[in-house]
Design a protein around this ligand. Structure first.
Ligand code: GAR
Length: 206
Protein backbone atom coordinates (compact mmCIF):
# COMPACT_ATOMS: atom_id res chain seq x y z
CA UNK A 1 0.00 0.00 0.00
CA UNK A 2 1.29 3.41 -0.96
CA UNK A 3 1.31 6.06 1.77
CA UNK A 4 -1.03 8.94 0.95
CA UNK A 5 1.15 12.01 0.60
CA UNK A 6 0.43 15.73 0.39
CA UNK A 7 2.90 18.24 -1.03
CA UNK A 8 2.89 21.86 0.10
CA UNK A 9 4.37 24.44 -2.26
CA UNK A 10 4.22 28.17 -2.88
CA UNK A 11 5.65 28.69 -6.36
CA UNK A 12 7.35 26.96 -9.24
CA UNK A 13 6.84 23.38 -8.08
CA UNK A 14 9.82 21.63 -9.63
CA UNK A 15 10.44 19.49 -6.53
CA UNK A 16 6.73 18.72 -6.42
CA UNK A 17 6.91 17.56 -10.03
CA UNK A 18 9.93 15.36 -9.27
CA UNK A 19 7.98 13.72 -6.44
CA UNK A 20 4.87 13.24 -8.59
CA UNK A 21 6.92 11.67 -11.38
CA UNK A 22 8.76 9.34 -9.00
CA UNK A 23 5.50 8.29 -7.36
CA UNK A 24 4.08 7.13 -10.71
CA UNK A 25 6.35 4.07 -10.40
CA UNK A 26 4.23 1.33 -8.87
CA UNK A 27 7.12 0.34 -6.60
CA UNK A 28 7.42 3.84 -5.10
CA UNK A 29 5.95 3.67 -1.59
CA UNK A 30 4.03 6.99 -1.76
CA UNK A 31 1.06 8.20 -3.74
CA UNK A 32 0.88 11.96 -4.24
CA UNK A 33 -2.78 12.45 -3.39
CA UNK A 34 -2.92 16.20 -2.81
CA UNK A 35 -1.03 19.42 -3.48
CA UNK A 36 -1.67 22.44 -1.26
CA UNK A 37 -0.49 25.97 -1.93
CA UNK A 38 -0.82 29.12 0.16
CA UNK A 39 -0.70 31.10 -3.14
CA UNK A 40 -3.65 31.00 -5.53
CA UNK A 41 -1.38 31.82 -8.49
CA UNK A 42 1.37 29.28 -7.78
CA UNK A 43 2.40 27.63 -11.08
CA UNK A 44 2.74 24.39 -9.09
CA UNK A 45 -1.06 24.07 -8.90
CA UNK A 46 -1.52 23.86 -12.67
CA UNK A 47 1.44 21.50 -13.03
CA UNK A 48 -0.06 19.16 -10.43
CA UNK A 49 -3.47 19.23 -12.14
CA UNK A 50 -1.74 18.37 -15.41
CA UNK A 51 -0.67 15.11 -13.73
CA UNK A 52 -4.22 14.52 -12.49
CA UNK A 53 -3.32 15.36 -8.89
CA UNK A 54 -5.87 17.25 -6.79
CA UNK A 55 -4.39 20.71 -6.19
CA UNK A 56 -5.95 23.21 -3.81
CA UNK A 57 -5.03 26.78 -2.90
CA UNK A 58 -5.70 27.80 0.67
CA UNK A 59 -5.03 31.53 0.63
CA UNK A 60 -3.95 33.30 3.79
CA UNK A 61 -5.94 36.51 3.37
CA UNK A 62 -9.18 35.41 5.11
CA UNK A 63 -7.15 34.44 8.19
CA UNK A 64 -5.16 37.67 8.53
CA UNK A 65 -2.55 37.23 11.21
CA UNK A 66 -4.23 34.08 12.59
CA UNK A 67 -1.68 31.68 11.17
CA UNK A 68 -2.99 28.75 13.16
CA UNK A 69 -6.51 29.22 11.75
CA UNK A 70 -5.04 29.00 8.24
CA UNK A 71 -3.29 25.79 9.20
CA UNK A 72 -6.44 24.35 10.77
CA UNK A 73 -8.23 24.91 7.46
CA UNK A 74 -5.41 23.08 5.68
CA UNK A 75 -5.43 20.29 8.26
CA UNK A 76 -9.14 19.70 7.68
CA UNK A 77 -8.45 19.06 4.01
CA UNK A 78 -5.56 16.74 4.88
CA UNK A 79 -7.74 14.68 7.20
CA UNK A 80 -10.65 14.64 4.74
CA UNK A 81 -8.33 13.25 2.07
CA UNK A 82 -6.78 10.63 4.34
CA UNK A 83 -3.28 12.13 4.08
CA UNK A 84 -0.60 10.25 6.02
CA UNK A 85 2.59 12.18 5.30
CA UNK A 86 3.49 15.70 4.10
CA UNK A 87 6.36 16.93 1.95
CA UNK A 88 7.12 20.65 2.04
CA UNK A 89 8.57 21.58 -1.34
CA UNK A 90 9.27 25.29 -1.59
CA UNK A 91 6.51 26.13 0.90
CA UNK A 92 7.59 29.63 1.81
CA UNK A 93 5.48 30.19 4.90
CA UNK A 94 6.66 29.46 8.41
CA UNK A 95 4.49 26.88 10.14
CA UNK A 96 3.20 27.29 13.67
CA UNK A 97 3.80 24.67 16.37
CA UNK A 98 0.18 23.57 15.83
CA UNK A 99 0.73 21.96 12.43
CA UNK A 100 4.30 20.89 13.15
CA UNK A 101 3.22 18.98 16.29
CA UNK A 102 0.15 17.51 14.55
CA UNK A 103 2.45 16.05 11.89
CA UNK A 104 5.48 15.28 14.02
CA UNK A 105 7.73 12.75 12.24
CA UNK A 106 5.31 12.88 9.31
CA UNK A 107 6.47 16.09 7.68
CA UNK A 108 9.57 16.37 5.49
CA UNK A 109 11.19 19.48 4.00
CA UNK A 110 13.82 20.15 1.37
CA UNK A 111 16.22 23.00 1.95
CA UNK A 112 18.76 24.35 -0.57
CA UNK A 113 21.92 24.13 1.55
CA UNK A 114 23.99 21.59 3.40
CA UNK A 115 22.31 22.09 6.77
CA UNK A 116 23.23 23.11 9.42
CA UNK A 117 24.99 25.61 7.12
CA UNK A 118 22.81 28.43 5.77
CA UNK A 119 19.34 27.94 7.20
CA UNK A 120 16.82 30.54 6.00
CA UNK A 121 16.74 32.41 2.70
CA UNK A 122 19.25 33.33 -0.06
CA UNK A 123 21.32 30.24 0.60
CA UNK A 124 23.16 30.28 -2.73
CA UNK A 125 24.44 33.86 -2.54
CA UNK A 126 25.35 33.33 1.10
CA UNK A 127 27.37 30.22 0.20
CA UNK A 128 29.20 32.20 -2.49
CA UNK A 129 29.89 35.11 -0.13
CA UNK A 130 31.21 32.72 2.52
CA UNK A 131 33.63 31.23 -0.02
CA UNK A 132 32.17 27.71 0.40
CA UNK A 133 33.81 25.10 -1.78
CA UNK A 134 30.90 22.70 -1.30
CA UNK A 135 27.23 23.51 -1.30
CA UNK A 136 24.11 21.39 -1.72
CA UNK A 137 20.72 20.44 -0.37
CA UNK A 138 19.15 18.64 2.55
CA UNK A 139 15.97 16.67 3.17
CA UNK A 140 15.02 16.73 6.84
CA UNK A 141 12.11 16.13 9.19
CA UNK A 142 10.33 19.31 10.21
CA UNK A 143 10.58 20.40 13.82
CA UNK A 144 9.58 23.63 15.52
CA UNK A 145 12.99 25.20 14.84
CA UNK A 146 13.28 26.43 11.25
CA UNK A 147 15.44 24.24 8.96
CA UNK A 148 16.60 22.23 11.93
CA UNK A 149 15.07 18.73 12.07
CA UNK A 150 16.81 15.35 11.81
CA UNK A 151 18.54 14.98 8.45
CA UNK A 152 17.34 12.19 6.13
CA UNK A 153 19.47 12.89 3.03
CA UNK A 154 21.96 15.38 1.66
CA UNK A 155 23.62 15.92 -1.70
CA UNK A 156 26.72 18.04 -2.17
CA UNK A 157 27.79 19.92 -5.31
CA UNK A 158 31.03 21.80 -5.95
CA UNK A 159 31.11 25.58 -6.03
CA UNK A 160 33.02 26.41 -9.22
CA UNK A 161 34.95 29.51 -10.28
CA UNK A 162 32.64 31.97 -12.05
CA UNK A 163 29.51 30.65 -10.34
CA UNK A 164 26.67 33.10 -9.84
CA UNK A 165 23.85 32.44 -7.37
CA UNK A 166 21.67 31.41 -10.34
CA UNK A 167 24.18 28.95 -11.77
CA UNK A 168 24.79 27.45 -8.35
CA UNK A 169 21.04 27.26 -7.63
CA UNK A 170 20.48 25.29 -10.83
CA UNK A 171 23.29 22.85 -9.94
CA UNK A 172 21.76 22.32 -6.49
CA UNK A 173 18.20 22.06 -7.81
CA UNK A 174 19.10 19.15 -10.08
CA UNK A 175 20.26 17.30 -6.95
CA UNK A 176 17.14 18.29 -5.01
CA UNK A 177 15.08 16.48 -7.62
CA UNK A 178 17.14 13.33 -7.03
CA UNK A 179 17.34 13.25 -3.25
CA UNK A 180 13.79 14.28 -2.36
CA UNK A 181 12.07 11.24 -3.92
CA UNK A 182 14.89 9.00 -2.66
CA UNK A 183 14.63 10.37 0.88
CA UNK A 184 10.84 10.06 0.94
CA UNK A 185 10.96 6.48 -0.30
CA UNK A 186 13.76 5.60 2.13
CA UNK A 187 11.96 7.16 5.05
CA UNK A 188 8.64 5.45 4.35
CA UNK A 189 10.17 2.05 3.76
CA UNK A 190 12.25 2.32 6.92
CA UNK A 191 15.59 2.19 5.14
CA UNK A 192 16.42 5.70 6.27
CA UNK A 193 17.51 5.99 9.86
CA UNK A 194 18.83 9.09 11.47
CA UNK A 195 21.04 10.02 14.36
CA UNK A 196 19.41 12.11 17.05
CA UNK A 197 20.72 13.19 20.44
CA UNK A 198 23.52 10.68 20.44
CA UNK A 199 21.51 7.67 19.39
CA UNK A 200 20.33 6.13 16.16
CA UNK A 201 16.55 6.25 15.95
CA UNK A 202 14.37 4.15 13.74
CA UNK A 203 11.64 5.34 11.52
CA UNK A 204 8.44 5.75 13.60
CA UNK A 205 6.09 5.37 10.63
CA UNK A 206 3.97 2.18 10.49
C1 GAR B 1 13.78 24.82 -3.82
O1 GAR B 1 15.10 25.14 -4.15
C2 GAR B 1 13.67 24.46 -2.35
O2 GAR B 1 14.79 23.80 -1.86
C3 GAR B 1 13.55 25.83 -1.75
O3 GAR B 1 12.71 26.54 -2.60
C4 GAR B 1 12.88 26.04 -3.93
C5 GAR B 1 11.52 25.70 -4.47
O4 GAR B 1 11.61 25.37 -5.83
N1 GAR B 1 13.03 25.77 -0.42
C6 GAR B 1 13.35 26.64 0.54
O5 GAR B 1 14.11 27.56 0.38
C7 GAR B 1 12.67 26.37 1.88
N2 GAR B 1 13.37 27.02 2.93
P1 GAR B 1 10.52 24.46 -6.51
O6 GAR B 1 9.17 25.16 -6.22
O7 GAR B 1 10.85 24.52 -7.96
O8 GAR B 1 10.58 23.10 -5.91
Amino acid sequence: MKLKTAIFCSGRGSNMEALIRAARDEKFPAEIALVISNKEDAPALEIARGYGVLAVAVGTKPYGRYREAHERAIDEILVERGIEIICLAGYMRLLTPYLVRRWENKMLNIHPSLLPAFPGLDTHSRALEAGSKLHGCTVHLVTEEMDDGPILAQAAVPVLPGDTAEILAARVLAQEHVIYPAALAGYISGVAVWAGAGEVLRNPLP
